[in-house]
Design a protein around this ligand. Structure first.
Ligand SMILES: [Zn+2]
Length: 134
């Protein structure tokens, strides 16, 4: 099995409703997503796939859905205030944790035809969450 990994960087704001710790407050993160693509065999160029193809695909998704966006649980009572102030946000069906964002990126790339091994989101330089399906 061959695995290649491409790193992409972006920023987002969020808060974790009902969380006991400081993540219950509005705050933001500047994160790194490490995207690993796998292949049993290499293509005719000796590659799993081109790094630039991963970047081009995920960049479109991240810029549209995540980067400099505010991510909230769909039941967050802040949502009406954001709407009233014409602020950008996305309401998620799940809590906007690093785990959930990893899964969102994984599913997008998988749907675009990439053979994704795992997506790891580094929320800080010492804390990451990973999503994989097998
Ligand atoms: Zn946070």
């Amino acid at each position: 099995m061959y695995i290649i990994t491409k790193e992409v960087f972006f920023c987002y704001g969020h808060r974790l409703m009902n969380h006991a710790g400081k993540c219950r407050n509005l705050h933001g993160h500047s994160v790194k997503a490490s995207i690993s693509i796998k292949a049993e065999q290499l293509d005719e160029q000796g590659m799993v796939c081109d790094f630039s193809d991963i970047k081009a695909c995920v960049k479109t998704y991240i810029e549209k859905e995540l980067d400099h966006n505010f991510l909230l649980h769909k039941d967050d009572p802040l949502i009406p205030a954001l709407i009233a102030n014409n602020e950008r946000f996305t309401a998620l069906n799940e809590h906007p944790t690093a785990e959930v964002l990893s899964k969102m990126i994984y599913h997008y790339l998988h749907a675009q035809g990439f053979n994704v091994d795992q997506v790891t989101l580094w929320e800080t330089s010492s804390a990451s969450a990973c999503y994989r399906e097998n």
